[in-house]
Design a protein around this ligand. Structure first.
Ligand SMILES: [Zn+2]
Length: 121
C-alpha cells in the first residue's frame, strides 16, 4: 500500500459552544490541514495521486472556511467548530467533491502543538 499527504492552511475565527474556558470567547487560528490519501499501487508513471491535483481539491474545501467566522457558516452554525469537527467536515467534503479519492485521514492543527485527526474505521 502507498499513502501520501498534502497540506494546506486557512485562517478563521471561532468560539467554542458549551465550553468553559478561554476558547468560549471569540478568537482565531491559523489552521494547518493535512489530508492523507492511500492506494494499492500507483499508475504506470509511479504516481498514486498527483500532489498538485490533491492540493487543488483541498484548496476547494478550505477556501470555504478561509477568513470566515466559522460559527456563522454551515455546518458550524449547528456543529461546534472544534478541530475534531473541522477535520471530519473536510474529510466528508473531499469525499463529496471526489468520489475517486481514497482518503485515509484528515488532521487539523489549531496550533503547532494541538492537532485533531478524523478517520473512519
Ligand atoms: Zn480555538
Amino acid at each position: 500500500m502507498f499513502e501520501i499527504f498534502v497540506e494546506g492552511d486557512f485562517s478563521a475565527a471561532h468560539n467554542l459552544v458549551n465550553y468553559k474556558g478561554k476558547c468560549e470567547q471569540l478568537h482565531g487560528h491559523n489552521y494547518k490541514v493535512r489530508i492523507y490519501v492511500y492506494g494499492k499501487k500507483p499508475a504506470e508513471d509511479g504516481i498514486l495521486v498527483d500532489f498538485t491535483d490533491l492540493k487543488k481539491e483541498l484548496k476547494k474545501v478550505i477556501s470555504k472556511l478561509d477568513h470566515k467566522y466559522l460559527n456563522e457558516i454551515e455546518p458550524f452554525n449547528k456543529v461546534n467548530p472544534t478541530a475534531e469537527n473541522i477535520a471530519k467536515y473536510i474529510f466528508k467534503q473531499l469525499q463529496v467533491i471526489s468520489c475517486k479519492l481514497k482518503i485515509s485521514k484528515v488532521s487539523v492543527w489549531e496550533t503547532e502543538r494541538n492537532c485533531a485527526t478524523y478517520y473512519e474505521e
